[in-house]
Write a protein that binds this ligand. Sequence first.
Ligand code: ADP
Length: 350
Amino acid sequence: MATPRKPMKLTLPPPESTMGKFLTHSGTFRDGDLLVNKDGLRIVPQSEGGEAPPIEPLDSQLSLDDLDVIKVIGKGSSGNVQLVRHKFTGQFFALKVIQLNIEDSIRRQIAKELKINLSTQYQYIVVFYQCFYFNGAISIVLEYMDGGSLSDFLKTVKTIPEDYLAAICKQILKGLIYLHHERHIIHRDLKPSNILINHRGEVKISDFGVSAIISSSSGQRDTFIGTRYYMAPERINAKKHGYMSDIWSLGLVILECATGNFPFPPCDSFYELLEAVVNQPPPSAPSDQFSPEFCSFISACTQKDAKDRSSAQALLNHPYLSMYDDLHVDLASYFTTAGSPLATFNSRQL
Ligand code: ADP
């Protein structure tokens, strides 16, 4: 298991922090011992009277005022993502801005998820540096991934060949193994826009928690236009979902990368799509176009019954992932040449 990275000074939340009442207080977002405002995030002991104490900058190296916006690099379901540069160090970050015109209970859940993200630093997970609450929006400072997301990359390359896809899939699985087996966290919203790549050939999982909560809020369903749905049948059926729900999503993502198409046929409404996920046979890879190993890998992920799916750990040992080992594929040059210019930003342009 690779060693967790620690690229910047961070104050990590205590493992068991008390969740208290959520209130806003002069631009301060408070949930139990968590305080977020324009100066950053801190963990404070619960105060008796419920009044939030004045907030001080968590980390003088990273405050919202010190970040210059370079450009908008993405638009997600919950808001924009901007490329920003730290004024003094010149370091680039991605700043994800989430507008908070949502119910209080959802905000409370988001704050809880933010704590989980802050304490998660690992080679195959996009680093979550800091978050701020300001002017009604939560802004999250993330590691900048200069190749953008798999969804951006797919728009350029259309399909990813099996050998490259195996190398990509291995890194996603290592991220999932870390989340599932070490942190006991279910991602809940694995999809191409949450898998990010960079010019070093690195593939990292982003955004677990926050976007899943937002996309499951009711407003989303009114805006069905070509929505893709990577969530497992058991989630739609409101049955208990667990780690294996992420494996279903992984199967759909990998299949989409291989074929260039979302694995379910176009539907007229969100409910029709949900109906298809629950009632149609599970998606599979066409055996006349792909290796038997690849087809078997997809089928190990897309079993309708969650119990029949393979775990992330078992999938990492699947023959599909080892059959291309000898080729030593170079993802760094694949991402920079096949997807060139890099989807969101080319460092040579600055
Ligand atoms: P969603 O809401 O669909 O989960 P996001 O808001 O997380 O999507 O991301 C939308 C887009 O923003 C991505 O497809 C990608 O192009 C870009 N993006 C998100 N995070 C980063 C990052 N850390 N580095 C570079 N680009 C990013």
